[in-house]
Design a protein around this ligand. Structure first.
Ligand SMILES: [Zn+2]
Ligand SMILES: [Zn+2]
Length: 277
């Protein structure tokens, strides 16, 4: 009797296909599954357009995780129950995707100058289906090539903010992200507030968003308590999820390791759209 509202497929930087993810959710008895890829709705679209969306027992919540601009903090906002065909949303995603590809080429060039034997093709082989190519794919490739021991090390030494191959990219402003999620009929939720690293900023953001990801694997009990109270103070929806990425995930190895109650998850569920595509 549980749900997980934060997961990634291989359409962004996860390692599962959407159908594998849904099948796994069904196998372990999850009632609610949020699919929240970074900067893409291709995973949800894939389920819609291949007749894989309606699965007995698993209620799928369509989502997207968008990064918003900030000079030194990572702000991730998840849009839940968005219309994945909304024009404004798709326009923003296209702009972000284009910027991601530009940045991808720039990072590879810097790595080559720094004598890493890496080519764009090596990363694309690992990235597979995604249109949302990112640093995680580059990091995995560097690990595979033996340049670093782990993805974490690759980020700490070469790809993270403030390191030699870090290249900033275009990110929409917080207000633009929230606005586009609303235009697409969705609810805007601030993801993993602890990872923002600045609780004053989190409180400012609470004045604009619809929900807060109170339950998250790296939150300590006191963090969860604080964010719960904050969500209550601003009358926000309370959500949670594992941020499951598949085998190379950051916080959980298996789907179902970290879940929230149905009572919380069901607030995000709306009946599937008319899929006569
Ligand atoms: Zn995130
Ligand atoms: Zn995520």
């Amino acid at each position: 009797m549980a749900g997980d509202l934060h997961t990634h497929t291989y359409f962004s930087d996860g390692s599962y296909s959407p159908e594998m993810l849904v099948a796994e959710a069904k196998k372990i008895g999850l009632h609610y599954l949020g699919i929240t890829d970074h900067d893409t709705v291709d995973g949800v679209r894939h389920l819609y357009e291949n007749g894989l969306y309606s699965v007995r027992g698993v209620n799928i919540v369509p989502g997207v995780e968008l990064s918003a601009n900030h000079p030194d903090r990572d702000i991730h906002i998840v849009g839940y129950n968005i219309d994945i065909y909304n024009e404004a949303l798709l326009e923003m995603i296209d702009k972000i995707t284009e910027a991601r590809w530009e940045r991808f080429s720039e990072i590879i060039k810097i790595l080559q100058i720094k004598k890493y034997n890496i080519r764009e093709a090596d990363v694309l082989k690992i990235a597979g289906t995604t249109r949302s190519v990112g640093r995680a794919h580059i990091a995995r490739t560097l690990v595979k090539l033996g340049a670093f021991k782990s993805v974490r090390e690759a980020f700490e030494k070469m790809l993270g903010k403030g390191t030699p191959a870090y290249v900033p990219r275009y990110l929409p402003e917080v207000d633009e992200v929230i606005d586009v999620i609303h235009q697409a009929g969705g609810k805007a939720v601030l993801a993993h507030p602890k990872l923002v690293g600045d609780d004053d900023l989190v409180e400012e953001l609470c004045k604009k968003i619809d929900g807060l990801e109170v339950y998250y694997p790296c939150h300590r009990p006191e963090d969860t308590q604080n964010y719960y109270l904050l969500a209550k103070k601003y009358d926000l929806l309370i959500t949670g999820g594992s941020d499951f990425h598949g085998t190379s995930s950051r916080f959980v190895k298996e789907l179902g390791e970290f879940t929230i109650s149905d009572t919380l998850a069901e607030k995000f569920y709306v009946a599937p759209p008319d899929l006569n595509l």
